[in-house]
Design a protein around this ligand. Sequence first.
Ligand SMILES: Nc1ncnc2c1ncn2[C@@H]1O[C@H](COP(=O)(O)OP(=O)(O)OP(=O)(O)O)[C@@H](O)[C@H]1O
Ligand SMILES: [Mg+2]
Length: 264
Amino acid sequence: MSRVAIGNNKGGSGKSAATVNLADALARAGKRVLVVDMDPQANASRRLGWEYNPADPKPTLVEAVQAGTTGIAAQAIVPIGWRTAYADRIELLPSRFDLENRVSEAAVLGAVSRLDRALEGADDKYDITLIDCPPSLGHLTQLALAAANVAICTVEPERDGVDGAVRFRDFIELNRGELKNPDLRLIGAIPCRVRTGLNAHDHHMANLPLLFPGQVWEPLIPERTVIKDASDEALPLEALGSRAKEIISVYADLAARLLQELHA
Ligand SMILES: Nc1ncnc2c1ncn2[C@@H]1O[C@H](COP(=O)(O)OP(=O)(O)OP(=O)(O)O)[C@@H](O)[C@H]1O
Ligand SMILES: [Mg+2]
């Protein structure tokens, strides 16, 4: 069992796109994947085709973290809404905007371990659990980091995107003891939304290996409208036909790298 937190202290760097499309690629490769949406924006939940039904309210990650009891997350895990052959290999611990209400409880003793406890036993049946972090380094990301075995960051090769990735990495190194997760480490930095040929992007891409020695994963994820379109329409990439072929193969290679790193 491997839990992977995906973060960057910069908004819009491609965290949720990477989470959803890595889940897609891992499931295509035959792996069982749980996606934990740790962001009150709930972008990953929506993109995986999940919708909250106020007429039939069901518990979500919001209630699971609030309870914080051992294994409680199992009661909030749902199938995703995609209709692909392999969709049943991906399940979701969905989020809602009111996940934000958990932040005010951060000072309660043991609060930071609530996700870790809630997932205990609940994610044993998956090969990999991917946790999509919000862009902050606050309590919600700390819950993810306390629960994860490893972390990866997405990096948009621009000054703020690179700085946000470095802050995420440094935050882990500085606070993993405090998070009661002393073995947590960043295993990969995935360049995202890359526009090759753009001077600023080429410059930052060339510098990345110095900032993240041995941790910059290949292939990079280029900026492509097909990724945005799949996100917008809450569809798997393959539903967009032949124009998704290149990107499906990029995520397949990245998923293979992740499995190799995890020995999974
Ligand atoms: N490689 C890409 N090419 C084109 N569009 C992309 C790519 N990656 C992400 N996007 C789009 O860019 C926007 C931001 O991406 P995404 O939501 O994945 O970032 P994020 O880091 O999760 O953002 P937040 O910090 O708000 O959670 C979305 O509209 C998404 O569809
Ligand atoms: Mg996001």
